[in-house]
Design a protein around this ligand. Structure first.
Ligand code: DLL
Length: 434
């Protein structure tokens, strides 16, 4: 598939940096003049828009955090009057107030273009039929992918999440060729297809575009094998625009290209805020340089990744971020050892005997943190005698200890014991603070 916007996506670094600087300066001028929060934060740091003379000067600007957005709930971070806002989305807000984001008509057009580019990077073109199982609503996944598919000229089936059996029938009858959704919901789709006697081998998918939550390389193998398609990772967050901030190309599937003509990406040390060199893992920070209604300056995502500027065989020059490992706030600290749920996922997937459905339970007993890993196994294995199950549990616990240095209790559970999600999976139940 040709690169959707070849001029911008394959632009040599020099030209790209010049565009970034010009767009950054315009954005900074605008937010300073229109968003009281940014004026205050610039003034407090003793800088004015005129101090931003090069891309390196970005480092002088203070960060913006989720808390800042919450403090300005719902509309005080908007840089345009409401008459110019044509769409509102919000984050789910499971922890505290949701963050509310707005789009002007031009923002919606840029986002559609970014998502068209993303679909094209995954190998989609105007002849494709896109089964869009991202949720429609305040969540940005559904409508984001939808507008992108239309912009690409593809045919989009707006199925959203849920009604899973009907989705399988649609897949058989409408013959979609591209599948979009969260990896955990897609696994559930595969499971239901299996129950209905439908084999993905007989369906028509060539690529799957999965994201909105962390998923490992082992999960990619699982999904590609089960679904008979090429699985690419898509990343984004509502505060920055939604999906379409970065995506893997189908040629390499190795690192997600950040659309640098719209966003400037940095990696910082989450503890010190210091900028980290390429290749070093740290927290992703984004500055939007084209958005009108809701620009964000140095927004701390809490997502952990690293950057790779080496050229890609696909021809794109945009920097690649590694598959996000998880969020700093999802990182579990179990008796002093830091673990991301995705690291446990990798160990479980290695074991081959378990199913890809798991949940972690963290608790505190006698002032010590405890971690229980609940993971499903096949019906057949589950009916084995207790002793065999215990041996398996101990073996997995040992693998976790050896690989991650953390002690966990493993509980094998029967298929479907863990609740299926229609969007993002709930991987961790933390009982320490309830
Ligand atoms: O999840 C936007 C999106 C929709 C991205 C569809 C991709 C596909 P939020 O609901 O605001 O937006 O959640 C953003 O989800 O900060 C990450 O922690 C996580 N996340 C998103 N994509 C990935 C990914 C959408 N590919 C938050 N890998 C982000 C890991 C991801 N985590």
């Amino acid at each position: 598939m040709p690169i959707f916007n070849i001029d911008f996506e394959t632009m040599p670094r020099e030209g790209l940096s010049a565009i970034q600087l010009r767009r950054l300066q315009t954005t900074i001028d605008r937010v300073y003049a229109t968003v009281p929060f940014y004026k205050k934060s610039f003034d407090a740091a003793g800088i004015t828009p005129a101090d931003i003379k090069s891309l390196d000067d970005l480092e002088k600007i203070p960060f913006t955090t989720k808390q800042d957005l919450r403090d300005n709930y719902p509309y005080d971070m908007f840089a345009v009057p409401m008459e110019q806002v044509v769409r509102i989305h919000a984050s789910s807000g499971t922890t505290g107030r949701p963050t509310v984001v707005g789009y002007t008509r031009r923002d919606i057009e840029s986002w559609a273009e970014l998502m068209a580019r993303s679909l094209s990077a995954a190998g989609a073109g105007s002849g494709d039929i896109i089964h869009n199982a991202f949720g429609y609503g305040l969540f940005t996944g559904g409508l984001g992918a939808h507008y992108g598919a239309e912009r690409l000229g593809a045919s989009v089936i707006p199925v959203s999440g849920g009604n899973t059996r009907r989705q399988i029938t649609i897949m058989k009858d409408f013959k979609p060729t591209i599948l979009c959704g969260t990896p955990s919901y897609i696994l559930h789709l595969a499971e239901v297809a299996d129950e209905m006697g439908v084999d993905f081998k007989d369906l028509f998918f060539k690529a799957g575009i999965f994201g909105a939550e962390p998923w490992t390389e082992s999960m990619r193998i699982e999904l590609e094998t089960k679904l008979h398609l090429k699985a690419v990772d898509i990343y984004g967050l509502s505060e920055v625009i939604g999906p379409g901030v970065s995506i893997e190309c189908h040629e390499e599937q190795k690192g997600l290209h950040v659309f640098e003509d719209h966003f400037i990406v940095e990696i910082i040390d989450p503890e010190t805020g210091e900028t980290l060199p390429h290749g070093t893992p740290g927290e992703l920070v984004f500055t939007s340089i084209t958005k009108e209604a809701f620009p964000v300056i140095r927004y701390r995502t809490r997502d952990i990744s690293s950057l790779d500027p080496t050229p890609c065989t696909c021809g794109r020059t945009h920097i690649r971020m590694s598959k996000p490992a998880g969020r700093t706030d999802d990182m579990l600290i179990i008796r002093g050892v830091n673990v991301f749920p995705s690291q446990i996922e990798s160990v479980l997937m290695e074991s081959k005997k378990t199913l890809p459905h798991y949940q972690l339970e963290v608790d505190r007993k006698d002032n010590l943190d405890t971690l229980t890993v609940k993971v499903e196994i096949d019906e057949g294995l589950f009916s084995d005698d207790i002793k065999t199950l215990q041996i398996m549990e101990n073996k997995i616990a040992m693998d976790i200890k050896e690989t991650l240095g953390v002690s966990a209790k493993v509980r094998l559970v029967e298929p479907k014991a863990i609740e299926r999600s229609q969007g993002k999976a709930v991987r961790v139940i933390d009982k320490r603070n309830v």
